[in-house]
Design a protein around this ligand. Structure first.
Ligand code: ATP
Ligand code: MG
Length: 649
């Protein structure tokens, strides 16, 4: 659909003061354009410390298998920790850990170096070495980051599995990667109650996972856990007497750093493989320029879990490589109260906050009085990732959390891309709510038709990447063929991300959702984010998800699942009447074609651990079939709640 120019949202430029001090400059784009791959070589030299400098930038002789900086050597943990100590910044805080029950800890770079070295020595003593895989199944505690860095230090490949996943999901990932070691914890805390993790590891290993020789267990909440003699060891016991001296393994730039499985929003999760030099280069570059990081003064907080890619690139690696001070938080945003995020911002003086649209919409639903109770004046930049942010939520985030003064960066990227690909540069790009806007310097993004031909502005198409980029996935673990077919099968010479997109009249990119989710109603293609944005712009709607369900007359019909705002729930209005009002609202906001055939009011939406809506499950409901695979849902009971709530009406 062509957007109505009058309805084009206005843009928000950063203040002059912000722009004057910004790391990013417009010149970055021209430099990247002129220099090509050399641009990335400059970044790699400037942002990382190499043990052996590379002489070759990119080897693309065997596409789509890219090799970046392949004759260089370096170590990721050395770059994240040791070099800051060597540079005299050992006393700077690297990590502030905030536990859900309110306990906290902090680690300077010098302390982090000791902890990572001890863990590296301990893992080596357990027989783990270069190239071995280590499954990490942990809560959001400092030891999760320490484990990832310890693996990187010895050249082992970590495979982090979200702590909320089931024993089966854990086992299949352990088996796919043939992990030698599992690092876990007794448990964690969730909404004030202790939870357990170790029993899921035991269950996973009972039925398989034969490659696993040892399980290292962090004592977090003191819950009783079973121990298998010879296999299981306590973290504190194996690290207690381990040396704080450890020589990092010299890794080739193309040596694997980690495997991470995608969220599985659209199908079976894929084990995405990332390597070292190119990944760290783009991670550090984007973190420095998109977040405008000033390592001496900023306090950075990314609310993601280490179980997804944002927690890898923008918690475990980029901030530390850049020498930042960051906060990590173990728990949920509503424990013990709904102001917990804002309490943390106030407590640590957080200046850069990176979170997800779904978290923002949840906070909106709770009401702006809650953030209003806290001092958020330390914030100077806000970021979002995970899905398109609807303009309504963007504006709220800007006004209520950012006090109208903080630039917002809407960052588009994927597990596969390893780091951000499309985002405004704060101080350079005036932000446009709802659009991820422009490819980052050095990134060649395009919108094409099904033959791979570049499309003009204001035309819907497929989002592709035309040229290799440093942090691109190298393959799907153990399955080169699936890698080639999944991402390069469609267009041959271009990477296909799976997302639909269009450029608006200014050339800014709007993500239109997964191509699998695009709906076709009476021959009109409708994008999910557009209709969902219209739905949440209705005052009674807090969150919304739409799917296209088979329809005899129109081909597909739009089904909308909505969660009401707390206030609307309290009003307790007649559901049919409210649904009709919401339908009419969408008709007015977009067009009568986009009007949902049905608006279903539900208590929750099915989301992955990273907060993404699993529309395929809602489609199952709309098309009246049994609900499909729910194993990667954050809360496995949600689909039952939805089915029950609809059945009751
Ligand atoms: P699977 O590929 O297994 O279905 P997934 O795609 O959900 O899982 P991720 O790699 O975590 O796994 O998510 C990447 C996707 O998230 C992108 O392809 C895009 O659809 C969406 N996304 C991320 N950031 C943004 C953003 N800023 N705007 C719009 N969409 C975004
Ligand atoms: Mg994907």
């Amino acid at each position: 659909m062509t957007p109505d120019p009058a309805a084009q949202p206005k843009t928000f430029a950063a203040s002059e003061e912000f722009a004057a001090q910004a790391n990013a400059t417009a010149e970055l784009y021209t430099r990247a354009e002129e220099q090509g791959e050399e641009f990335w070589a400059d970044q790699a030299r400037e942002l990382l410390t190499w043990s052996t400098p590379f002489t070759e930038v990119l080897d693309w002789s065997n596409p789509p298998f890219a090799k970046w900086f392949q004759d260089g050597t370096l170590n990721a943990a050395y770059n994240a920790v040791d070099r800051h100590v060597a540079a005299g910044n050992g006393d700077r805080v690297a990590l502030y850990f905030e536990g859900e029950p309110g306990d906290s800890a902090s680690y300077t770079y010098a302390q982090l170096k000791d902890e990572v070295s001890k863990a590296a020595n301990a893992f080596e003593a357990l027989g783990v070495g270069k190239g071995d895989r280590v499954a990490v199944y942990m809560p959001m505690i400092a030891e999760a980051v320490i484990t990832m860095l310890a693996c990187a230090r010895i050249g082992a490949i970590h495979s982090v599995v979200f702590g909320g996943f089931s024993a089966d999901a854990l086992r299949s990932r352990i088996e796919d990667g043939e992990a030698k070691l599992v690092v876990t914890a007794d448990g964690s805390y969730r909404r004030g109650k202790p939870t357990t993790l170790k029993p899921a590891v035991d269950a996973a290993l009972e039925k398989g996972g034969d490659s696993v020789q040892h399980v290292v267990v962090v004592k977090r909440n003191g819950e009783d856990v079973a121990f298998q003699d010879g296999r299981d060891v306590w973290w504190h016991e194996v690290t207690e007497n381990a040396s704080t001296e450890h020589t990092p393994s010299e890794q080739n730039a193309e040596d694997p750093l980690f495997i991470l499985y995608t969220s599985g929003t659209t199908g079976k999760p894929k084990g995405i493989l990332h390597t070292t030099g190119g990944y760290l280069t783009q991670a550090a570059f984007t973190h420095k320029n998109v977040f405008d990081l000033k390592p001496e003064t900023d306090v950075y907080w990314c609310t993601a879990d280490v179980g997804w890619v944002t927690g890898h690139t923008y918690i475990a690696y980029a901030p530390l490589v850049n020498g930042a001070t960051q906060v990590i938080y173990e728990g949920t945003p509503d424990s013990p109260h709904r102001g917990r995020f804002w309490e943390i911002v106030q407590k640590y003086g957080v200046s850069i906050l990176y979170t997800s649209p779904t978290a923002i919409r949840t906070m909106m639903k709770w009401g702006e009085e809650i953030p209003g109770e806290w001092d958020l004046s330390s914030l100077r930049l806000l970021g979002t990732v995970g899905e398109a942010i609807n303009p309504e939520a963007w504006t709220w985030f800007h006004r209520v959390i950012g006090g109208g003064r903080c630039p917002i960066v809407d960052t588009w990227w994927q597990t596969e891309t390893g780091a951000m690909m499309i985002s405004p540069l704060p101080g350079v790009t005036a932000a446009k709510p709802g659009s991820a806007q422009v490819p980052l310097p050095g990134i060649a993004v395009d919108v094409v038709d099904d033959a791979g031909t570049s499309l003009p502005n204001e035309t819907d198409g497929f989002l592709v990447v035309r040229k290799p980029w440093p942090s691109m996935l190298r393959t799907i673990w153990g399955d080169d063929e699936r890698f080639v077919n999944t991402y390069w099968g469609q267009f041959g010479d271009k990477y296909f991300a799976g997302d639909g997109a269009k450029r608006d009249a200014d050339g800014d990119v709007w993500i239109l959702g997964r191509v699998d989710d695009v709906m076709n109603v009476s021959g009109h293609r409708l994008s999910t984010p557009e209709i969902e944005s219209a739905l949440v712009s209705h005052p009674s709607v807090a969150e919304a998800a739409v799917v296209g369900a088979k329809d005899e007359t129109t081909g597909q019909a739009v089904f909308a699942f909505v969660i009401l705002s707390d206030q609307a729930t309290a009003e307790n209005r007649d559901a049919a009447e409210l649904a009709e009002e919401i339908r009419a609202h969408v008709g007015r906001e977009i067009s009568p074609i986009a009007k949902p055939k049905k608006v279903l009011i539900v208590p929750e939406l099915p989301k992955t651990r990273s907060g993404k809506i699993m529309r395929r499950l809602l489609k199952d409901v709309a098309e009246d079939r049994p609900v499909g695979d729910v194993s990667t849902l954050a809360d496995q009971t949600v689909m039952q709640q939805i089915v029950d709530s609809l059945g009751a009406k």
